[in-house]
Design a binder for this molecule. Sequence first.
Ligand code: NDP
Ligand code: OXD
Length: 314
Amino acid sequence: MSLLVAVTGWIPDQWLSFFRVEASGIDVVETSAAFDPEAIEYAAVWKPEPGLLARLPNLKAAFNLGAGVDALMADKTLPDIPIVRVVDPDLTQRMTEYVVWQVLHHHRGGFHYTAMQAARTWKPIPDQPAAADVRVGILGLGVLGRDAAGALLRLGFQVSGWSRSGVTMAGVTTYAGDGELDAFLAGTDILVVLLPLTDETEGMLNRSLFAKLARDGRLGGPVLINAGRGGLQIEQDLVDCLNDGTLIGASLDVFDPEPLPPTSLLWSHPRVVVTPHVAADSDPRHLAKYVVQQIRRHQAGEPLLNVVDRTKGY
Ligand code: NDP
Ligand code: OXD
């Protein structure tokens, strides 16, 4: 029995070495060397070449080495096998760090103080709002959204969340589905986006949505933080809304395409923080363990955990 490891854009040797440590008794193979497609029963992948999995006739399950499965779902030849995504406390913690970092940046006047330091100017923001005065709305109250919500609540922010099913969480005002989206947006000063990219969510971060965010908040206007996927946002709308004050700031970790082209206006926009899709990196040490444990469960006849719902696309 073999496990195929195929990662695009990451360092394959690093992943292979951690898998080989964890997977005693399992033959770990890679795409750059010859392998027998019939021997592969499991695959651990990140953005694999489309069609690769369809060429493995005995594949029993594929493990996506990230939380978001959009790249895999875009492969129209994907075989009808369970697709398992990452749910990992280390990745979750990293995302919560990113969200807290960026919320505090906007809440505490990060752009202002960076500019004032560059100008050697002592200029406090008058009447700094308290966290309790600021409403953070999380679009996507899943594994990552709920953890970030918990950390923001502990900091004292007012937190709300939007999901498809209306999942509830103590201390968080929750909204469900398209019918409650406008009400959610109307009560949000800082919009944190932790949604998957699906047919339903693609392009939803557009001018029409930004215009529905609260304009009566203590920060002087709404802020966008997107760590979900770049395909959720319409980049031109974002730039225009930042320029005309519909948004007063943004933190963006994800783009379409990635890497963000050097010509993008987002790089140099004075009210934008750009990071290169690093909000929550997948750590090979943790994920090799996670995948191999799941393979052993599956071989013992136990159900796989965190299987993607192919009809919902996440
Ligand atoms: P989950 O599947 O646990 O959560 C997704 C949330 O989005 C759920 O609350 C779900 O609602 C909601 N949702 C999905 N579609 C809709 C819809 N059409 N309408 C309303 N709500 C919807 O995912 P995770 O929290 O683990 O991850 C979220 C995303 O974060 C990933 O898909 C990935 O794109 C991104 N990500 C980015 C990283 C980075 O480094 N920038 C790292 C890791 C992930 P419901 O609860 O009702 O199903
Ligand atoms: C993920 C990611 O989905 O890295 O885990 O974006």
